[in-house]
Ligand binder design. Structure first.
Ligand SMILES: [Mg+2]
Length: 184
C-alpha cells in the first residue's frame, strides 16, 4: 500500500528538548549516529555561545555509544563555533531538507540511514528530509521563539500540521519536562 502524502512529515518521536531524549532506547533500536540540527534545537537562534550543559549532553551521547554530527543550514562561522567547542564534526549551509544533505552526513558518520537518528525542531526541514532518506526522526520543541520572519511563517503552517497529525493520533504531545533554554 502506498504511504499517504504526509507520511514523511510525521516524526517518530517528539520531545520537549534534546535533554529529554531517551538515548538508551535509541541505542537499543540500533542507532549509532545522531545528526543534530543547530538553530533552535541545541541553541537559541542567533545565540553564539554554546552552553556548558550542551557539552555535557554530547559527552553523555558518546558514552551511550552514539556518534554526534551537527547538520545546519546556518553559516560556517556559527556552526564552527559549536563543532569546535563540542569537539564534533559538522556541516554548515547544508541545504536541508534536500536528501543529499542528510546522505552526506550519514556517510560522514560511516553509517547507513537506518542506523542514524536525526534530531531537529522543524518538520519541513529536519523531519521531512531525514524521513525520505530512511533515518529515524526526532522532533523537539524549538528552544526559543526568536526566529527569522520566514521561519515564523513556516511555524504557523507547521503548527496547523502538528495539530492535524495530533487529531489523527499520529503525533502525541511532546514528551519530557525539560523547559529548554527559553528565557536563559
Ligand atoms: Mg532548527
Amino acid at each position: 500500500m502506498a504511504e499517504p502524502f504526509w507520511h514523511n512529515l510525521v516524526p517518530d518521536e517528539y520531545y520537549r528538548s534534546i535533554y529529554d531524549i531517551d538515548l538508551d532506547a535509541l541505542h537499543e533500536r540500533g542507532v549509532s549516529g545522531l545528526i543534530i540540527d543547530l538553530d533552535n534545537t541545541v541553541a537559541a537562534w542567533g545565540v553564539g555561545r554554546p552552553e556548558p550543559r550542551l557539552a555535557e549532553w554530547i559527552r553523555e551521547v558518546r558514552d551511550k555509544g552514539l556518534e554526534p554530527y551537527i547538520l545546519s543550514n546556518d553559516l560556517g562561522p556559527r556552526v564552527a563555533l559549536f563543532t569546535r567547542y563540542l569537539g564534533i564534526e559538522g556541516t554548515a549551509r547544508a541545504g536541508k531538507p534536500r536528501r543529499r544533505a542528510f546522505r552526506k552526513a550519514v556517510e560522514a558518520l560511516g553509517l547507513r540511514p537506518d542506523q542514524v537518528a536525526v534530531i531537529g525542531d522543524q518538520v519541513f526541514t529536519d523531519i521531512f528530509g531525514a524521513k525520505r532518506l530512511g533515518c529515524h526522526t526526532i522532533l523537539v520543541v524549538p528552544v526559543s521563539r526568536r526566529e527569522l520572519l520566514w521561519t515564523r511563517f513556516v511555524r504557523l503552517v507547521e503548527g496547523r500540521l502538528l495539530a492535524w497529525l495530533r487529531k489523527r493520533g499520529l503525533v502525541g504531545p511532546p514528551v519530557g519536562r525539560d523547559p529548554g533554554l527559553e528565557g536563559e
